[in-house]
Design a protein around this ligand. Structure first.
Ligand SMILES: O=C(O)CCC(=O)C(=O)O
Ligand SMILES: [Fe+2]
Length: 260
């Protein structure tokens, strides 16, 4: 693992050591204050280059073009919402996705590496985290080309872990609104306000390649704005859950990946 990630600055392999504990505390504090944390330089630059080299031909030939009109829930109907409620306003997404069964290599090794899950569990105050039992959804890599983005949505998992592999020249910002809803309050009017562009608590972030980013995606509305220029924005996304055996439904797999 030391050839993949910067274990000197981020000693995930030394669980319980003072360096590991300090890192966990730092990440927890950022998560509490800002709803996310970033570890810049997490992935080694050469690893990043090697991964991109491996994935480029796959993006050219076998990635799924995820292109659709959707609402923030990625669901046709939502309990308690009339079909014409502005929280169901439709937005458009276009990007290109490779699934876990098309990726392999260092990203798959990292996804399966137990100390990575243990570190994330400690930061999120969970007894343990488990890999998804879904050969496609476990981890993905997405490429956003000029004009493409991922529009407003909430994630299925409580938190989302991403690793930027390549930054675009311009655009492709990560915009987010932390705690827009809770487990007990869907805050439909707040969602409608954000979609109208009227939420002053919206924040924006431009990530550097190699940065590990973790945010509470289930209740944080987020989007990636359209990329500008010829350099694609390329990002890996890892999904873990509190219980083993989690899978996407066949309908979700079809919608996100074009196959089941
Ligand atoms: O590309 C990103 O930065 C975010 C990805 C994301 O939100 C997702 O995969 O659900
Ligand atoms: Fe997301």
């Amino acid at each position: 693992m030391e050839s993949l990630i910067n274990l000197d600055d981020f000693p995930l392999d030394a669980q319980g050591s003072s360096g590991w504990t300090a890192l966990v505390e730092r990440c927890k504090a950022a998560l509490a204050a800002e709803g996310m944390f970033n570890l810049e330089g997490f992935l080694k630059p050469q690893t990043c280059k090697d991964i991109l080299h491996d994935l480029r031909p796959r993006f050219a030939t076998e990635a799924f073009t995820h292109s659709r009109s959707h609402n923030i829930y990625f669901r046709d109907t939502v309990d308690g919402l009339a079909p014409d409620h502005p929280a169901l306003h439709k937005v458009t997404t276009v990007n290109h996705t490779l699934c876990a069964d098309q990726i392999g290599g260092g990203l798959d090794q990292l996804y399966r590496w137990a100390p990575f899950r243990a570190f994330l569990a400690a930061v999120m105050d969970k007894p343990a985290l488990y890999e998804m039992d879904d050969a496609l959804a476990r981890h993905n890599v997405m490429a956003y080309r000029a004009g493409e983005g991922l529009n407003w949505h909430f994630d299925r998992s409580e938190f989302t872990t991403t690793l930027l592999l390549q930054a675009p020249d311009a655009g492709g910002s990560f915009e987010y609104r932390s705690d827009l809803r809770t487990e007990t309050d869907p805050n439909f009017d707040g969602v409608a306000k954000l979609l109208r562009g009227h939420d002053p608590a919206k924040r924006s972030l431009s990530l550097a390649p190699g940065t590990l980013n973790v945010f509470r995606g289930k209740n944080t509305a987020h989007r990636v704005t359209p990329v500008k220029g010829d350099k694609d924005r390329i990002i890996a996304v890892f999904s873990y859950f509190e219980t083993p055996g989690v899978q996407f439904s066949a309908k979700e797999r079809l919608g996100f990946y074009g196959r089941t």
